[in-house]
Design a protein around this ligand. Structure first.
Ligand code: SAH
Length: 340
């Protein structure tokens, strides 16, 4: 059986041609799936009965089963889904004044080994397919009865370590005949895999790009993020500079504030120096503590922010969501898998 969420419109069109169906049928089916949010081929009333039968025989609209759902007092909903092969993944729906954003997982586990992150407590088992990422959007949309306006690829996993499937996912949810989530409403977050940043600058559609920086210098970044030993901060800066030149888009730096590690005023000044001259914006993230890692949230978030603002660096503090529901990335899954 084929998973229909794994098909781009172009692939579905080719498939329809291969079964001697008119290509425009693919567009109709795509619209049923994503615009009318239908979950059974039999409900696609303008599709011929024969084709509906054939699709039912050959393809699945297998929306994930919700294994567990936690809802926070602020409306954040955290979903635990079980994949076909039994792996568990997390997806988080956050409510904002501009709409809702869905934090999508791109891999089962993660190999980047960032020392503060709960996701890395479980090594990468495998990449998710594009269809499994689309499925997260559809399963949450169905459960919550809302249209998801924004997607951030910031759940478990390193999206640029699963490049092709993530790109396909972006194209499927961006397609005007499908969910039509605008490229400016989609954010890919990477720990800084430089060759992929370069490759991504030539890719379409151009979504927002966020870089997990978390440190103002190589000494601190090496401790927090092993990826820095491969692509250090100079190399990373150079690749971002080029990316901005090619795409003409502003990049976001994410910076988690960890008590006594990277939150001093001197760190703020080094950070300001690092970003000076780049069209970037800094998102300061209050740390969501993960007991196993021993880091604490900074007590100096406001001072750090004020120092950056004083130095004329664009920055904001990210609003926290779902503190009361195992909010930190990957925590629910790690708990249910018996790791923490
Ligand atoms: N691998 C990608 C995307 C997944 S992590 C990346 O590194 O960007 C998404 C964001 O959440 C990253 O900025 C990550 O550093 C941050 N993050 C991880 N653990 C966190 C925690 N416990 N509290 C706050 N942010 C965290």
């Amino acid at each position: 059986m084929k998973h229909i969420y794994n098909y781009s419109l172009e692939e579905l069109t080719d498939y329809f041609k291969s079964i001697q169906q008119k290509p425009f049928r693919a567009k109709q089916v795509f619209q049923w799936l994503y615009q009318k949010m239908v979950f059974d081929f039999q409900d696609m009333s303008n599709v011929s009965k024969d084709l509906r039968e054939q699709l039912t025989q050959e393809m699945k609209i297998d929306v994930f089963e919700i294994k567990e759902k936690q809802v926070s007092v602020d409306g954040t909903a955290k979903y635990l889904f079980k994949l076909e092969d039994g792996h568990l993944i997390e997806t988080v729906l956050m409510k904002h004044d501009y709409g809702q954003s869905l934090c999508v997982t791109s891999q089962v586990g993660c190999n980047m080994k960032c020392s503060f992150c709960a996701s890395g407590l479980l090594r990468k088992q495998r990449n998710l397919t594009a269809g499994e990422m689309v499925n997260q959007v559809m399963a949450v949309a169905r459960d919550s009865q809302i249209r998801i306006s924004h997607v951030v690829i910031m759940g478990t996993g390193e999206p640029f370590d699963n490049y092709d499937e993530v790109m396909k996912f972006v194209r499927i949810i961006n397609h005007p005949h499908g969910l039509a989530i605008g490229a400016r409403h989609i954010t890919i977050s990477t720990c800084g895999l430089v060759p992929m940043i370069e490759r991504y600058s030539h890719e379409g559609p151009q979504t927002n790009l966020a870089i997990s920086l978390h440190a103002p210098n190589d000494d601190i970044r090496n401790q927090l993020m092993p990826v820095n030993k491969v692509y250090n901060m100079d190399v990373l800066r150079e690749s971002i500079k080029k990316y901005i030149e090619v795409t003409n888009r502003r990049v976001t730096f994410e910076y988690i504030l960890l008590n006594g590690i990277n939150d001093s005023l001197s760190c703020a000044r080094q950070l300001a120096h690092y970003v000076r001259g780049l069209n970037v914006y800094i998102n300061l993230i209050p740390y969501n503590s993960v007991d196993e890692h021993g880091y604490q949230a900074s007590q100096h978030v406001e001072e750090f922010k004020d120092e950056l603002l004083r130095l004329k660096i664009n920055c904001t503090v990210r609003k926290e969501h779902g503190r009361d529901i195992d909010g930190a990335c990957g925590q629910l899954r790690a708990k249910r898998s018996g790791v923490i």
